[in-house]
Design a binder for this molecule. Structure first.
Ligand code: FAD
Length: 311
């Protein structure tokens, strides 16, 4: 049994494990894919103090840093169930889909999230080649260019407002007959001169020249007519889904969107179970935030371990 089991090996999990290992606690990381979403990222320009890096390089550096400590790294394992300790100070159990089981006095849950995909032809082909999911990350790559934002909820409209200040032109595309974003955001968006808003529009294809995105096709859901827009970028903003399905019967408090509820110390509703990064209710999902949250969860786990008698 371990003092600390970190579930998830992205920026949050790597940071958490390094912090608890440095406190001398027996620490393990169990992760499906080490590096997490960072592995799907090409250029990273907002990891402060590193002006430019690339996802796979940062993921390798995370792993190398973890490797500096006696951390037990278990890769390619998928947590399928959490059974909390029956009393404070007891051992929590995490079950894995391969039948394995691990016990630890504290857990740090950092299973991250995934962007909801459109699921149309061209999206997968042109990922990182014009198809993007994070305006804070990739917006500046489209300076002066034409982009579409797909999704008229708060995140889509915020992204469109953000991008309109950087790119040449933004087309916001909403499937429904009306935008769902807050009225104040909609008003802000409508006041911007370089924005076109399309509603009742279903994106059916992202097109490209083989190397990069060159347009998209949408169907007007009222008339059934297909239209093509020439552009250089497509930002998909139809939701970020936390990887917390495996926690549903654990009794841990999740928000309506499935995010693990945490307090300002990264504590969850279960004593001794902490959580960090994109799988939690923390506002704003970024690498630098996930790392900060991971270290916070680790320091809270340390605090718990020194104050709670083992039973
Ligand atoms: P994740 O990175 O999602 O890691 C989750 C970890 O948990 C992984 O190891 C995963 O395999 C594992 N896991 C999931 N479920 C289970 C399970 N059931 N059992 C075991 N393990 C599990 N942010 C920036 O700051 N700058 C950028 O430029 C940037 N660009 C991005 C580009 C793309 C295409 C994407 C998708 C995201 C980008 N982000 C960027 C966001 C950033 O990658 C995330 O905020 C960050 O990776 C979150 O870290 P995390 O550790 O919380 O979760």
């Amino acid at each position: 049994p371990m003092d600390v089991l970190v579930v998830g090996g992205g920026p949050a999990g790597a940071s958490a494990a390094i912090y608890t290992a440095r406190k001398g606690f027996a620490t393990g990381i169990a992760a499906e894919r080490f590096g997490g979403q960072v592995m799907d990222t090409l250029g990273i320009e907002n990891f402060i103090s590193v002006p430019y890096t690339e996802g796979p390089k940062l993921a390798a550096q995370l792993e190398a840093h973890v490797g500096e400590y006696a951390i037990d790294v278990m890769k390619l394992v998928t947590a399928s169930r959490l059974v909390p300790a029956s009393q404070p100070g007891g051992y929590h159990t995490v079950e894995f889909s391969n039948g394995a089981m691990l016990k630890a006095r504290t857990l740090i849950l950092s299973t991250g999230a995934r962007w909801r995909n459109l699921g149309v032809p061209g999206e997968e082909t042109y990922k990182n080649k014009g198809v993007a999911y994070c305006p804070h990350c990739d917006g500046p790559l489209f300076k002066g260019k034409r982009v579409a934002v797909i999704g008229g909820g708060n995140s889509g409209v915020e992204a469109a407002i953000d991008l309109a200040g950087i790119v040449g032109h933004v087309t916001l595309i909403e499937f429904d007959s009306a935008l769902r974003a807050d009225a104040v955001l909609q008003a802000k968006l409508r006041s911007m001169p370089n924005v076109t808003i399309l509603t009742s529009a279903q994106t059916t294809e992202v097109t490209g020249d083989g190397a990069r995105v060159n347009g998209l096709v949408y169907q007007d859901r009222n008339s059934g007519v297909e239209h093509r827009i020439d552009l250089e970028g497509v930002f998909v903003q139809i939701g970020l889904v936390p990887n917390t399905e495996w926690l549903r019967d654990s009794g841990i408090a999740l928000s309506a969107r499935g995010e693990i509820e945490i307090d300002h110390k990264a504590a969850t509703s279960i004593p001794g179970v902490f959580a960090a990064g994109d799988c939690t209710t923390v506002p704003y999902k970024q690498i630098i935030i996930a790392m900060g949250e991971g270290s916070k969860a680790a320091l809270s786990a340390f605090d718990y371990l020194i104050r709670t008698e083992s039973v």
